[in-house]
Design a protein around this ligand. Sequence first.
Ligand code: IPE
Ligand code: IPE
Ligand code: MG
Length: 241
Amino acid sequence: MDIPKHVAIVMDGNGRWAKRRGRPRIFGHVRGSARVRSVVKEASRLGIQALTLYAFSTENWNRPESERKVLWKLLRKYLLRDIDELHRQNVKLRVIGQVDRLDHDVREVLTMATERLAHNTGLQLNFALSYGSRSELTDAARRFAVDCLAGRATPDSLNENVLDSYLWTGELGELSKVDLFIRTSGEQRVSNFLLWQAAYAEFVFLEVCWPEFEPKHLEAAVNEFSLRERRFGGLGKVTHV
Ligand code: IPE
Ligand code: IPE
Ligand code: MG
């Protein structure tokens, strides 16, 4: 089976899942955060090399402070609770997004977790936090311009690989390219996630909401991926014209 190297997931639908059960949105976030552990484990088992989870977008800052607080608290709780397990599974962690916008206590736990897992060699787990592709690309352009002014780069030296290296996913190299892009909750939009990196991703939209996402859903999406013919603008398996 053709296993995607890099899978990106928009973990969507927590609020609707809770509302349908007559519970507050926050209950959906609590249940949603509890889904991450088994999905990370399944990604490793399937032989996926990188898993990027969209946990908080730049646009999510527009949500009420009470909801944002819960989301950050759940992230800290997840990391503190699962760090040993992630280490046992040889998982490596990185954060992509506007890290400096996060509260000190959140950054502290993130630093602890990334340092603890830094030398692992298994699944590359990326948390997209205060992430937005438009802000990522703007930031890359700004830093490239600064390097040009400082004489460290010239406009002619810019090509796709160089631009790649200025993105928050830069250190992933070739692995930054998303093969499989999954979104739960039935919504069919990108919502500012990995626009550049997912240029040739295969998209799988699932009706299940994130709090009901199980390892079998990831496996099904990977199966679906393996049935797709990726042509990259060429003619694929066509044998005659
Ligand atoms: C995803 O669920 C979690 C975040 C965006 C942080 P939502 O909170 O977007 O849930 P819905 O889409 O409103 O149901
Ligand atoms: C995308 O979901 C962001 C995350 C899942 C973290 P949203 O619920 O914020 O996106 P929209 O508002 O439906 O586009
Ligand atoms: Mg949503």
